[in-house]
Write a protein that binds this ligand. Structure first.
Ligand code: SF4
Length: 287
């Protein structure tokens, strides 16, 4: 789920983070500052196989089992380092002006789908404790998800912790038709499940929709694809418009693991954004 992050700001001097398994600091456009990423999938396990994913699954991931105490230690180490010097002891962070490296959030986002982990509720509960412990920073807790498991009770239990104080779910919806969905996201789950799960989620939790538009094998999404996608977003919006905070549109900006995936044009993105914006009364952003 790391496609929305700027390339992380680790440096040659960042031995401290290199030893980490689950937690990493990044400067994030999305968070508008420093985001602490929590990667629950060093094994790269995901219920999608997106054509635009940056994770190279031809190289096997780590088999290390999640250890919540060790994850907490890594997380606190980064926060404490931030408290000491704003991470300026690390060269790539030092180059970033202070206003752009203010700590903003803790984000569940990594090399796979966080909600596949059975310890998901326990992780969310722990993140809530850390959020409260460092309440002076008003940290947001964010889950970036492909939405495949949002209907599962253990996931919803986790979401209740995650959104208790200041938390959001960022749910992926990349298509209007099953055909494009399978071309872009490649999943054993049908698009209807993704749609239903986002509708279920938006009833109870603050949610943003994230959509990646890209050209695949020389084919761009058709006007009909866009029309059907907008119908889906409108349906989600009408489920509980107060909890749907924003629709975020992205295209490919960095290298993907597959070479035949390219960005769509700026005018395509603007056209989708304008069409959406004229039909729903929430912000639509291009990132
Ligand atoms: S949902 Fe897609 S982009 Fe995110 S980790 Fe899985 S395959 Fe990669």
């Amino acid at each position: 789920m790391s496609e929305d992050f700027l390339k992380d700001a680790w440096s040659d001097h960042s031995r401290l983070w290199e030893k980490n398994t689950w937690v990493y600091p990044v400067i994030s456009r999305r968070a508008k500052g420093l985001s602490i990423g929590v990667n629950l999938n060093p094994d790269k396990r995901c219920s999608f196989d997106c054509v635009y994913c940056q994770v190279d699954r031809s190289i096997p991931g780590s088999n290390r089992r999640l250890d919540i105490e060790a994850m907490t230690k890594e997380l606190e180490l980064i926060i404490q380092e931030y408290e000491k010097n704003g991470l300026t002891s690390f060269s790539n962070f030092k180059l970033i002006e202070e206003s752009k490296r203010q700590i903003k959030d803790i984000c569940l986002s990594g090399d796979g789908e966080s909600t596949l982990i059975k310890e998901f509720p326990a992780v969310c509960e722990r993140l809530l404790e850390i959020q409260h412990k460092y309440s002076k920073y008003n940290l947001k807790l964010t889950l970036i998800t492909n939405s495949t498991r949002l209907d599962q009770e253990y996931v919803r239990e986790g979401l209740r912790y995650l959104t208790q104080t200041n938390g959001e779910i960022w749910a992926k919806l990349d298509a209007g038709t099953e055909e494009w969905f399978q071309k872009v996201n490649i999943s054993p789950y049908p698009l209807e499940v993704i749609q239903r799960n986002i509708e279920l989620t938006v009833k109870d939790f603050p949610t943003r929709i994230q959509t990646m538009w890209c050209e695949v094998d020389g084919i761009s999404p058709s006007p009909e694809e866009v029309r059907k996608y907008i119908e889906r977003v409108k349906k989600i919006y009408h489920h509980h418009s107060k909890n749907l905070l924003e629709v975020q549109l992205y295209s490919v900006v960095r290298n993907t693991a597959r070479p035949h995936v390219l960005p769509v044009s700026k005018s395509f993105m603007e056209d989708v954004a304008n069409q959406l914006q004229s039909q729903i009364d929430i912000p639509v952003g291009i990132y």
